[in-house]
Write a protein that binds this ligand. Structure first.
Ligand code: CA
Length: 340
């Protein structure tokens, strides 16, 4: 039902059934003051050759995360169709308006794309883009790779992200794909069961799903980009769409972690956050995690923050200034010892 409306409203300039390499866009209608019949052109490439799986690769879901878009741009330029067995559909800057603005959310409707799936062909721009991905692209896909970083507000240990599968078989396939990525750690993240993320939506659609978190801070990390480049090729080889010769043998299996319901340290005060531990530090629930300082009230004692889970410091807020409700720290718990 939605698919017919989505295809009608959002035309695309590439033919997904045609062999070879095409670079084009899907055109999300945006009738604005200075462009009555204008569109938001969301770049999409298809590289197709012979038999094999269809893998959909997405970057730029948040517009201030760059390792994924850079990696996908390189694949679009560098891969020859003869190297591909099957089909790659690459969307390096899926939230195009957010990527142009270098913002997490779209400047057009203020929406976080990763809370809009399965989208709405008759919704605002971000919902329409999600609907195109969900209604038109997902039915073609066997696997989905969603490349995130921490964005402007967080720095995160470069890692593969495991989306919980809907069946034991699907879950095992997601874990295997994440392990093939070859990052030092792989983390099960379910966003509290939120079904509106791209990866959760792709899992419901029955695909093998893998995500990443690649540093952040609104910058490009040299180390995370190197890992992302190699990891994506590793996963594509694992899925059989690129030859195995392009993959790096994984020397040490990724350590498995999970974000539990007690992973996040949330601030209740208006002030400046002082962290106490570097990323990767081992911490315990109840341990002092940081302090909130009140820099214009020097007589006021800082407020202590405490970790709520055992594990390692997985992510840390980058801006020092905090307000009530901000997430300052994220703890990843070893998968075997999870309790929540
Ligand atoms: Ca992100």
């Amino acid at each position: 039902m939605n698919r017919i409306m989505t295809e009608q409203l959002i035309p695309v300039t590439v033919d997904f059934d045609k062999p070879g390499k095409q670079i084009g866009a899907f055109h999300v209608p945006l009738s604005s003051h200075d462009d009555a019949w204008g569109v938001v052109p969301v770049p999409v490439a298809v590289i197709s050759n012979g038999e094999g799986p269809t893998v959909i690769l997405e970057g730029g879901n948040h517009g201030d995360e760059y390792e994924g878009p850079i990696t996908l741009g390189e694949l679009i330029r560098d891969l020859d169709p003869s190297e591909v067995s099957g089909r790659l559909i690459l969307i390096p800057a899926i939230n195009q308006p957010a990527a142009v603005a270098a913002r997490r959310v779209s400047p057009i409707d203020g929406i976080n794309m990763n809370r809009t799936f399965p989208g709405d062909p008759m919704g605002t721009t971000t919902r329409q883009i999600a609907a195109f991905v969900h209604d038109v692209l997902f039915p073609m896909g066997d696997a989905f790779i969603d490349l995130h970083s921490g964005g402007s507000s967080l720095d995160i240990i470069p890692s593969a992200v495991i989306e919980p599968g809907k069946t034991p078989e699907r879950h095992a396939a997601n874990v295997a794909a994440a392990m093939a990525f070859g990052a030092p750690i792989a983390v099960v993240i379910d966003n509290r069961g939120d079904p509106r993320t791209a990866t959760a939506s792709a899992a419901v659609a029955g695909m093998t799903v893998i995500g990443t978190e690649m540093a952040g801070g609104g910058t490009v990390s040299i180390d995370a980009l190197a890992l992302c480049r190699q990891g994506v090729r590793n996963v594509l080889a694992h899925l059989g769409v690129l030859p195995g010769a392009g993959a790096t043998p994984v020397e040490k299996p990724s350590s498995l972690y999970v974000l539990t319901a007690r992973a996040h340290v949330i601030v209740e005060d208006d002030g400046v956050f002082e962290p106490l531990h570097r990323l990767g530090a081992e911490v315990r629930a109840g341990e002092l995690a940081g302090r909130i300082h009140f820099i214009t009230q020097p007589g006021r004692r800082p407020v202590d923050l405490h970790y709520r889970a055992d594990g390692i410091v997985y992510g840390r807020r980058q801006p020092g200034r905090v307000r009530p409700g901000n997430c300052c720290l994220v703890v990843a718990t070893p998968y075997e010892s999870r309790t929540a």
